[in-house]
Ligand binder design. Sequence first.
Ligand SMILES: NC(=O)c1ccc[n+]([C@@H]2O[C@H](COP(=O)([O-])OP(=O)(O)OC[C@H]3O[C@@H](n4cnc5c(N)ncnc54)[C@H](OP(=O)(O)O)[C@@H]3O)[C@@H](O)[C@H]2O)c1
Length: 282
Amino acid sequence: MPNINHCRCILVIGGTSGLGRKLALSILNLPSRPMVIVCGRRQERLDELAASYGPSGRLKTMRLDITSDPSTLRSAVSSIVRAYPDLDAVMFSSGTQQYFDLTRPETINLDHLSNELTTNYTSVVNLIVLFLPQLIRIGSSGRPAFLYLVSAGMAVIPWVPNFSASKAALHNLSMALAVQLRRKNVHVVEIMPPLVESEMYARLPHRDQLATFWMPLDECTKQTMAGLVAGAPQIPIGMMAPVHQKYVAGKLEAASKMLQNHEETRRGNVVNPNTVFPSRGQ
Ligand SMILES: NC(=O)c1ccc[n+]([C@@H]2O[C@H](COP(=O)([O-])OP(=O)(O)OC[C@H]3O[C@@H](n4cnc5c(N)ncnc54)[C@H](OP(=O)(O)O)[C@@H]3O)[C@@H](O)[C@H]2O)c1
């Protein structure tokens, strides 16, 4: 099964801290010795990574704000692909999270709302579209290519307004991409973390309470790496495993059947929807 060990050159977007940073370093240590390129906005974090791990010759950095305008993103993607023609995997660990209290709408800043959606979804889908020609080219050459998307448990249990919706969009996108791109030898993997130790919560007044029950970052990284090595298409971490089993299991297969059904119909063949999705008792 294609898995992270087949990857020769990976770009980790959102690798300057947290899960992205830990995963970038764990991937750097794989026995397959891939090239790892780390992206983010904070230059001092990129400099620290380059100083500590650059001498390996396999860790590179590049500053990128994924919310930049489409022409900036297009030229960033072109220069990455030109510099690393072996690029066969892109991981999106970038993200932002805010709390909006919908019972007090006067407190909600619409710019913040929009930025959360752009960071967590629109920029990601834009970049995926821009990287796909490279990934499809690698896939057609006979070796697998990969897209790794970090969504969230809150994509499935939507209790945080806007953040949950942005991650639900990413969750749905990852399944639609997975079923379409499989035939191009591009493998899409969704990572679904629970609440995890993070700098993201540093400014929250209840950070210390969260710290009493969040998953330690090292544990989350370990479980994610195990899923990446196993080649799992969806990696629910920790308490997300039973949530995945209850609300998500079977959806990817259903989406795949739906696509086949649609293609059969377009070819003029009649497909009985009941044979595609048998109702209970059939
Ligand atoms: N921690 C949790 O409890 C939790 C739970 C579920 C899902 N997740 C998801 O897991 C992923 C990693 O989160 P984390 O906990 O590791 O948070 P984190 O430490 O805050 O990391 C977020 C990363 O995203 C990057 N980023 C944010 N905005 C960006 C932008 N406009 N352009 C480029 N990079 C940007 C940040 O880099 P710069 O600031 O340097 O740009 C940073 O590297 C996120 O997608 C998050 O939503 C986290």
